[in-house]
Structure formats: C-alpha cells, structure tokens
Design a protein around this ligand. Structure first.
Ligand SMILES: [Zn+2]
Length: 357
C-alpha cells in the first residue's frame, strides 16, 4: 500500500430506478441551454437515448446528437464529435452508453476546451483547462468511467491505445439508473461484468492502492461476483442489475484512486491484434495474473478469494486460499460459456513477443 496518496471525489452520483427522468432538471440546475449527447447507434436503437431526450425536452433544453461512437473509440470518431461541438453553441455534454461513449465524450470535451490532438494528452496530467460540464449516464455495469480520470482512445492510424489521465476530465455528474441496463444484450452484460470484476480485483491489489480504494475495490468485487451469473441467467432481474451497476460504479472510484494492473496491460494487445473484446480479454488473462501476482500479496488475494465466494478450510494458508480464488475466477468463465484459454480465441503463440513489447 502507498505511504501517501491524493484523493479526488469529483462526481456527484444520483442513483435510482427511473433516475434518468431527472436528467432535464439536472441540466436546468446547471443552466445548460444546448447540450451535446455522445452515444452509439446501438444505444439509440435500444430506446435509451429517447428516455434521455424526453427528459431534456421536458425542460425545453436543446440538444445535438452524436451517435458515431464505436467500441474502442478512435481518434477519428472523436474528431467527428468535436466538429459537432465546434459548430454549435454547446454548453454541456451528456455521455450515454458504456465506457466507449463516456471516454469519447471526455476526449471531445478535452479537445474542445484545450485544442490539439488526443496524443498530446497521452500519459498523466497534460490537460490544461477543465472542459464543459460533463454528465455521464452509464448503460452498462462495466467500465466505471463515470467516476474516473481516465480515457482510452485508439489511434485510427496505428490502432495503438492512447491512455490519458487527468483529474480535470472526471465527469461532474453520474446518473445511475439500473432500468437502463435491463435490456443489455447478454454478450455486453458478460463483457462489461468481467471488465468490472477484473478492474475491482486489480484495483484492490494495485501497488497504488490505499485505505479508501481498498474498501471500494473489495466490496465491489463481492457485489459483482455475487450478481454476474444472476444477470447472465436472468437479464431482467432488477435487483441483480442494481447491484452490478452500483458495484461497477464503486469499482470506477476504486480504480480512479488506485489504478489497475497487468490483466489490463495484457488485454490491450489482445484487442489490438485479435479483436478480442476488452472485458473478455481482461477476464481470460486475469486468473493467470492472479496466480502470478499472489506471492506479492497473498493476504489480499485471500480476501479476493473470499469475495469471489470461495469457502476456505479452517486454518488454510493465504497462498492456497489465493490459488482457490484464481480457480474460482476461471470457473466463472465456464459458467459464462466462454473459452478458458487464449488459443481457443485464435491467439497465435508467435505473436506473444510482439504483444509483450
Ligand atoms: Zn477495463
């Protein structure tokens, strides 16, 4: 655990079933008159964006819609969204969707306010000025991006992921409405859920973890592990969806305070070279990362095993308990009908040195 740390609690969180209906009054309260909605076409087709625009129009607030965000958003799509903001007198941005929409909205906001290109902001704390008010409406229980200072944008030319972090990009408000996640396709539920669970575990064992992130990371691991199979089997289970959404939100704050780890580092090239979806890639490598990392923090990995629902024998030592946690995580992949090794996902061994690089 780190000896010193700085905490930012920037996001006001509004949680509740049907909470999205308050989006309009919320925008009114910050004197927004014309907003940009950043989302993707799937979210528009699902009817979720209409719930947002109904709430916005009920307060007579005007909006422009940018629905061109793709999974793993690119610099090209960010530029397209930026063009929309530049030509309209936008005074607030609303991101509706999963991590991709929220990250794209953060990127548009940064470029609109500070100019330049995304690559200029690669790394930590390169954002000069805070942007327009940003409201995040997550529609998946996954990235936790509504709470974080991170954004991940892929370079359209090189396909390299550009990771940027700055407290100035943290959304101002998050609206957590679990009813928005009821209609998520099963594949998205699994991908987002594994990403959330993997991120919680990584935040808990991060070298940058602190007393605050530990509480959030461990509890969110438990909440997500308790409910991921439930929502996979019963997508309309509102209680399960609520626990997942709150868990993912707590995870976002934990990650924001403590960062993530090697499973995420390994997931990025798997997405780049083999098109494996981010959350699936994180989930597939995580049990192995857990085993590899156990010697560094066996006590913490034992807590993870308990959070994952492992029943321990009396007096069981930390390393054995930790190992059971990794095995339990791998059994989750079976329960979610996912392949449990990379070769089954088409990953070629000869590319490993390149990916490691
Ligand atoms: Zn992730």
């Amino acid at each position: 655990m780190k000896d010193d740390f700085t905490l930012w609690f920037n996001t006001t969180v509004h949680y509740g079933a049907g909470k999205v209906s308050e989006l309009g009054s919320l925008l009114r309260s910050i004197n927004a008159s014309k907003i940009l909605i950043v989302t993707d076409r799937g979210i528009v087709a699902s009817g979720i964006v209409k719930k947002c625009t109904d709430a916005i129009m009920s307060e007579h607030i005007r909006f422009s819609l940018f629905d061109g965000v793709e999974p793993n958003p690119t610099t090209d799509s960010v530029e397209k969204g930026l063009t929309l903001v530049k030509h309209e007198s936008i005074d607030a941005i609303v991101a509706v969707g999963g991590g991709s929409s929220m990250d794209a909205a953060k990127a548009i906001n940064v470029l609109f306010t500070n100019g330049g290109q995304i690559v200029d902001y690669h790394g930590f704390n390169h954002v000069g000025k805070k942007g327009l008010p940003l409201i995040a409406v997550p529609t998946t229980a996954g990235s936790g991006s509504e709470m974080t200072s991170f954004m991940l944008i892929s370079d359209s030319k090189t396909h390299q992921k550009i990771a940027c972090s700055d407290p100035k990009i943290i959304p101002d408000v998050a609206i957590l409405d679990p009813t928005l996640t009821l209609s998520l396709p099963q594949a998205v539920t699994i991908e987002a859920g594994l990403d959330a669970l993997g991120s919680s575990i990584e935040a808990y064992v991060s070298k940058a973890a602190n007393a605050y992130s530990d509480v959030l990371a461990l509890r969110s691991s438990e909440m997500i592990a308790d409910n991921i199979i439930k929502v996979y089997e019963e997508p309309f289970n509102l209680d399960g969806r609520s626990q997942m959404l709150i868990g993912a939100n707590m995870m976002g704050l934990a990650v924001h305070l403590s960062y993530i780890g090697a499973a995420h580092s390994m997931a990025n090239p798997l997405t780049k070279y083999f098109g494996i979806r981010h959350g699936i890639a994180v989930g597939m490598v995580l049990p192995y990362v857990m085993l590899f990392n156990t010697p560094s923090q066996p006590k913490k990995y034992k807590q993870i095993a308990l959070a994952l629902g492992v029943k321990l024998e009396k007096g069981e030592d930390d390393v054995t308990a930790s190992r059971k946690g990794a095995i339990k995580f791998r059994s989750l992949l079976d329960q979610l009908s996912l392949p449990n090794n990379l070769s089954k996902m088409g990953v070629k061994e000869d590319l490993i040195p390149t990916m490691a690089q």
